[in-house]
Write a protein that binds this ligand. Structure first.
Ligand code: ZN
Length: 334
């Protein structure tokens, strides 16, 4: 085996050339390494991403949809069931309702409370806005304190509605500035709605102030709701008339709408209001969700202060945004 040691031995005749070759090889490998590193940096492969991502868990939601009112295509891809366009507002994860008081697990019973007529009662309005409760506030468009209270509601990240004045059945009830009447033509009605909305630019939906006559008038409600739908706003029927067609027409249009379940303060007595609140919560427990409406009265403020202090952690008041949905049609309700 004489050849082997020979073959291992370095060639004697060209020592300089070997060194050059080694140097070249080293330079080439370095250049190659640099090139690979650069390429990886420029266009990381999906595996690189998932290997380096801090939260790669598949259960982690991807980029959440923007808060509300993402324009949808006129016809969403038809789901199997009745054609309900999936509204942007219900796209929020239902498991994460905006609950103010309970950081841990979500409360089992959720309900919505809307305070109407905001903008007129300065002190009580502000005290209500200061409560540590996720109240939804409905503002009259041209009331003296609308601007300042709107500012507070915005700062506290409360859900805001336009409380739109509408014609009452009893002519001696004046709905106030910015009101809709059944004898208006469509152009006038639309102009007024847009002016009202401009006064409450943060509104995510609209509920009616008074309107016992207007909400019974189907053509008028169809015009009104059609415009809300175009603006991607929902309608909360305050149900000032038992014969309101608002919810049904909204259902036909396939737009988001809700109905008030309980008025809390028809009688301004703290204990009675607390009883109404209890029945609202009981209803929420029974039917999954319930909506109450109250007003800026002293007794209401006191009842809600008690509620904020005393209520069971299993019960949570949530902003109306978290429950907005398309109404079921009459046949689905049966
Ligand atoms: Zn009102």
């Amino acid at each position: 085996m004489p050849k082997r040691p020979d073959s291992r031995r370095s060639p004697r005749r060209h020592p300089m050339r070997l060194r050059t070759r080694l140097l070249l090889a080293a330079l080439l490998s370095a250049a190659l390494a640099l090139a690979i590193a650069y390429a990886m940096h420029r266009s990381p492969s999906p595996t690189t991403l998932s290997a380096t991502a801090k939260h790669p868990s598949p259960s982690t939601p991807r980029v959440l949809p923007p808060p509300a009112f993402v324009p949808q295509p006129p016809e969403s891809p038809p789901p199997a069931a009745p054609a309900k366009p999936m509204p942007a507002m219900v796209a929020q994860p239902p498991a994460a309702p905006r609950v103010t008081r309970h950081a841990g697990k979500p409360a089992a019973v959720r309900f919505v409370l809307v305070i109407d007529d905001m903008g007129y009662h300065q002190k009580i309005g502000e005290a209500l806005l200061d409560l540590p409760l996720d109240i939804t506030f409905a503002f009259l468009p041209f009331a003296p304190h609308t601007e300042s209270q709107l500012e507070l509601a915005r700062a506290r990240k409360r859900d805001i509605l336009l409380h739109l004045p509408m014609e009452a059945a009893d002519k001696k009830w004046d709905p106030g500035p910015g009101a809709l009447f059944t004898d208006m033509d469509q152009a006038t009605m639309h102009r007024i709605i847009l002016e009202d909305l401009a006064a409450i630019p943060d509104a995510i939906g609209v509920n009616n102030h008074m309107g016992s006559l207007f909400t019974e008038n189907e053509p008028a409600m169809r015009d009104f709701l059609g415009l809300l739908q175009q603006r991607r706003l929902f309608f909360l029927d305050s149900l000032t008339s038992p014969h309101s067609v608002g919810y049904a027409v909204a259902g036909e249009l396939g737009m988001l709408a809700m109905r008030r379940n309980v008025f809390l303060d028809n009688q301004q007595d703290k204990e009675l209001i607390k009883k109404q609140l209890d029945s609202l919560i009981l209803l929420a427990e029974k039917q999954g969700i319930a909506i109450g409406i109250a007003h800026p009265h002293q007794a209401t403020l006191e009842a809600l202060r008690d509620f904020a202090r005393e209520h069971d952690n299993n019960v949570a008041m949530v902003g109306i945004r978290s429950i907005a949905r398309v109404p079921q049609t009459a046949t689905q309700q049966q």
